[in-house]
Design a protein around this ligand. Structure first.
Ligand code: ADP
Ligand code: ASP
Ligand code: MG
Length: 243
């Protein structure tokens, strides 16, 4: 039976035109079997670049303008990815947090997700285009743009998966799963085929940025199974974060 899957692609996964094309291929394959909703991060380095740009006018920028600026990278990658899917003959539409009414608290740069408009999501799911939603950003009750903290696209993806009762949330990144410790720092770190939510909360709490801790908290609270897998070598392995 067809499942509903949220696929999230991180910065390095959409870091160039070539990478976006590869990601479009992964989405195409999944969409031939299942119904998919996609969440994207900004292209690798883009959020850092935007933060640097803001520093031209001082280190303590107006918080509203800072979030308005640093949230823009996700809009670029979402639109480019929709175009890449179109070029493969698939219908796709990009959506911002405002367009899906993803509401957050008003503490800029560390906002917490409060609510996602279910009626809007149902409307989007009923449309015959693949939705590509910007990660990392939200809007306040009064419509101000907020961001969720660095690495926040993971949390967007799991929150959307919870809101649409997806069967699974797949976090595509540049490593093929969750390791005992950062495999880029400790080369003999071991990949975990499966890890419990509690185990993952502990790892994320120790700073394993492979998945933002708030995303694991959401997954645990709303019982969303999460997989971590590589967009660079699809099919080579993964880690399941189980309930
Ligand atoms: P993305 O841009 O896809 O969100 P991130 O850079 O945020 O990717 O997270 C992936 C990185 O997390 C990996 O490249 C790896 O260096 C790092 N990492 C830290 N701890 C772990 C861990 N325990 N298991 C796997 N990756 C880890
Ligand atoms: N683009 C944002 C960041 O660099 C969000 C994310 O990558 O998840 O932190
Ligand atoms: Mg990340």
């Amino acid at each position: 039976m067809q499942q509903l899957i949220v696929q999230k692609f991180g910065g390095t996964s959409v870091g160039s035109g070539e990478r976006i094309a590869a990601v479009a291929g992964i989405i195409k394959k999944e969409s031939e079997v299942n119904s998919v909703v996609v969440v994207v991060s900004a292209m690798a380095g883009e959020t850092d670049r935007l933060i640097e740009l803001s520093k031209q006018f001082g280190d303590n920028q107006n918080k509203r303008e800072f979030d308005a600026l640093i949230s823009t990278g996700e809009k670029v990658s979402a639109s480019l990815l929709a175009m890449a899917l179109n070029s493969l003959g698939l219908k796709a539409k990009s959506y911002t947090a405002a367009q899906v009414s993803l509401k957050t608290t008003s503490n800029f740069s560390k906002a917490m997700i409060l609510d996602i408009d279910k009626a809007k999501m149902e409307e989007i799911l009923a449309d015959d285009s693949i939705p590509i939603i910007t990660g990392f950003q939200g809007i306040t009750e009064t419509g101000e743009v907020t961001t969720l903290g660095r690495g926040g696209s993971d949390t967007t993806a799991v929150a959307i998966a919870a809101s649409i009762k997806a069967n699974r949330c797949d976090i595509y990144t540049d490593v093929d799963g969750v390791y005992t410790t950062d495999p880029r720092i400790v080369p003999n770190a071991k990949k975990l085929d499966a890890i419990s939510m509690e185990g993952m909360l502990e790892l994320a709490g120790q700073g394993a940025k492979v998945i933002q801790i708030r995303a694991v908290e959401f997954a645990n609270k709303f019982k969303v199974p999460v997989r971590v897998l590589s967009s660079f070598s699809p099919g080579t392995g993964l880690s399941l974060i189980h309930i």
